[in-house]
Write a protein that binds this ligand. Structure first.
Ligand code: EPZ
Length: 419
């Protein structure tokens, strides 16, 4: 995938048909990191074909793993992992590689990781990760842009997270699985991806309880073994397609989902007037004639409305009937798509972490720039309904989290090509 590729979208599309949801990016990344702990072979299936997964696979190989990549499946043998250094270029490329800290600390008692730069959506510090690892007995020094962590033996601790950080919760779980004693994480993140990580780790022999709630308890064990695991479906990819159905007055059957993971997104879509019919692990979404505005849309940690769906909803509400207020409470700077949507005729005013979206009748096609992963997806949705052609540059952002988004949308009737 060349980084210069762009999407060309002809407007006035209506999406109709069926789509099967791929495995969750934000579940496979921490689970790939977790395979380092056992030093054995794990088979992970339902893996999405994404740029971020390729980067994590490269990192695993760089530190000594043997990885056999098949179609949506990987066989990872981490017996040969022999490096405690996480190279700067890879950590800069993907901030979530910081999740390897806990795994390498557990495996070797030592890790050197380059300080993860901020990213498009904010500074994204790792203070909560480091504070917890210190509580578990890691000595942490920061110098020359690197973080050096060292410990004789990690020990269980009672950790109160100041914020239910997903990454910090995951890193602590990986540091705690073989620590001496019991670790309790209070105010833990409750995302479904945390539950998937607990499921993988317990199948590997860990003793973890409470993922999905605010209190997770991890009893340290002697060793972990390799295991097989199927990644849960990606609730954000599903939510993005659902928003597309609503915006294009379409009708889409979305298969292979876990509706429990989508409740807040479903509730908010229903507020716009969409019809959502759930049937086991699939659902049908029918777009309304007119999209109702949503008085207040606030992003919150799970089970609140997901920040990863905020941009897609902003695109949808920009053609809603009336004015919606969006409050992004999770990230510092996650409204970059607003200015691009405005170039397409949206009427959006942003004040810090609040955006006021005044619905307009029609968006018009334009040349716009993806600035981050979900903002890019929002621009694709806007292009589908705009009058005229839209050209989206920098779609490498989008390929980080969506497997062949253009192909998926073409199968649903969209006039979109990658040039
Ligand atoms: C995960 O990021 C996801 N990424 C993000 O998805 C998602 O938006 C986010 O969780 C929230 O749900 C992966 O799982 C790979 P956080 P993470 O730690 O772990 C602050 C996508 O589009 N914070 O819960 O980095 C932080 O700055 C991506 O798929 C601290 O201040 O999220 C942010 O404002 C984007 N100190 C807030 O907490 C810390 O030590 C939430 O961050 C850690 C975090």
């Amino acid at each position: 995938m060349l980084d210069l590729e762009k999407y060309l979208i002809q407007g006035n599309n209506r999406l109709e048909g069926e789509v099967k949801i791929t495995g969750a990016k934000n579940s496979v990344l921490p689970i790939l990191a977790a395979t380092v702990i056992s030093g054995e072979k794990s088979i992970i299936s339902n893996i999405p074909n994404l740029k971020d997964v390729k980067v994590m696979t490269e990192i695993l190989k760089t530190i000594g793993s043997k990885v056999k990549v098949e179609e949506h499946r990987m066989i990872i043998d981490t017996n040969g992992v022999n490096s405690i250094d996480l190279p700067e270029e890879l950590v800069r490329e993907m901030r979530s590689s910081i999740i390897l800290m806990g795994a390498l600390l557990t495996r070797f008692g030592e890790v050197n990781v380059s300080f993860p730069g901020g990213c498009e959506i904010g500074p994204r510090p790792i203070d909560l990760h480091l504070k917890a690892l210190k509580q578990m007995g890691a000595e942490i020094k920061e110098s020359h842009g690197f973080i050096h962590c060292k410990t004789e033996k990690l020990k269980g601790a009672d950790i109160q997270l100041d914020y239910p950080s997903v990454g910090a919760t995951e890193n602590i779980m990986l540091a705690a699985v073989k620590a001496k004693g019991v670790t309790v994480i209070r105010n833990a993140a409750r995302e479904p991806e945390i539950m998937d990580l607990e499921d993988y780790l317990n199948k590997s022999g860990a003793k973890i309880k409470g993922a999905g709630t605010s209190i997770i308890t991890i009893e340290g064990v002697e060793r972990l073994n390799g295991t097989n695991h199927k990644i849960i479906p990606d609730r954000i990819v599903a939510g993005t397609i659902m928003a597309g159905a609503v915006m294009t007055k379409g009708k889409i059957i979305i298969k292979d989902i876990i509706t429990e993971h989508l409740q807040s997104t479903i509730a908010k879509l229903k507020e716009t007037g969409a019809n959502v019919i759930i049937n086991g692990n699939s659902m049908m979404v029918i777009g309304p004639k007119n999209i109702n505005a949503i008085e207040i849309l606030q992003t919150l940690p799970f089970p609140g409305f997901p920040t990863d769906m905020q941009a897609q909803f902003m695109a949808m509400l920009s053609i809603g009937n009336g004015t919606s207020i969006i409050n992004e409470t999770v990230f510092e700077n996650r409204f970059k798509h607003a200015e691009e949507l405005s170039r397409m005729g949206a009427n959006i005013k942003t004040f810090g972490k609040v955006s006021v979206v005044k619905g307009v009748k029609k968006l018009t096609g334009a040349k716009v720039y993806a600035k981050d992963l979900r903002g890019g997806a929002a621009l694709v949705l806007a292009g589908l309904v705009a009058e005229g052609d839209t050209e989206i540059e920098n779609i490498y952002h989008i390929n980080r989290g969506y497997e062949n988004l253009d192909e998926t949308l073409r199968r649903l009737g969209a006039k979109i090509s990658c040039i």
